[in-house]
Design a protein around this ligand. Structure first.
Ligand SMILES: C[S@@+](CC[C@H](N)C(=O)[O-])C[C@H]1O[C@@H](n2cnc3c(N)ncnc32)[C@H](O)[C@@H]1O
Length: 215
């Protein structure tokens, strides 16, 4: 993926603050690395907690998905996402319960840690049910680690959710897990982990899990 070319494709028609938010995500959220790391045959893809729709637009433009549906609890973000959705990509203010599968892939970037641990089982079970057998679950997250990057990531999310209110959260509990806790919970919910990678050279503990619902 050509970083500079994609940066030029960011949405000039959206309000300046939204453009700045999307550019911030693009620069700090390791999107080019995610797009490069995922396979090219993601098919029909659901993005859970799609925000302004950056990831699905990038995946579609880089021919990684056939069609995409992004959902988010934040109706304002969805309205903005709809304004720069490219052909084959759709955004809806819907919950997981409203969505109809099957999907070839479910992807979610920096959302699960916003949910209380008590809700994870229902969400992971719903992901499993919405995927076709053999379908992929791709999770981009930040890991809990005993380092300054973890403290910095937690602080930034607290500011985004509580002070700036640019990120919606249901409830008030964050859930950061270590890599081994992630592995355990994904496998307990039936997923096979095909790939795990940490994305280094960044001020966050970025990590990517590419999993599969067994056939
Ligand atoms: C840090 S942002 C990431 C947005 C996008 N995935 C990205 O990478 O740019 C987290 C997003 O998750 C959404 N979110 C939080 N809880 C959610 C839930 N229960 N269901 C759907 N979306 C949720 C928020 O509204 C927000 O847009």
């Amino acid at each position: 993926m050509n970083f500079l070319k994609e940066a030029r494709n960011l949405p000039a028609a959206l309000p300046v603050m939204t453009q700045a938010h999307i550019l911030g995500r693009f620069l700090t959220g390791v999107f080019p690395q995610i797009v490069s790391a995922v396979p090219a045959d993601l098919g029909r893809t659901l993005d859970f907690g799609c925000g302004h729709g950056l990831l699905l637009n990038l995946l579609k433009r880089n021919a990684k998905i056939d069609e995409g549906l992004g959902i988010d609890i934040d109706s304002e973000k969805i309205e903005l996402a709809q304004r720069w959705a490219i052909a084959g990509v759709e955004f809806r203010n819907e919950s997981l319960a409203d969505v109809s599968g099957p999907f070839d892939t479910i992807i979610s970037a920096d959302v699960m840690y916003l949910l209380p641990l008590g809700k994870w089982s229902a969400v992971l079970a719903r992901f499993y049910d919405l995927l076709r057998p053999g379908g992929r679950l791709i999770i981009k997250t930040v890991l809990k680690k005993n380092n300054w990057k973890h403290l910095w990531g937690c602080l930034q999310e607290q500011i985004a959710v509580r002070a700036l209110r640019i990120t919606e959260q249901q409830g008030s509990e964050f859930t950061y897990l270590t890599a081994s806790e992630w592995r355990e919970i994904l496998e307990r919910h039936g997923f096979q982990i095909d790939q795990f990678r940490e994305i280094l050279f960044s001020p966050y503990n970025h990590a990517l899990f590419i999993c599969r619902r067994p056939s």
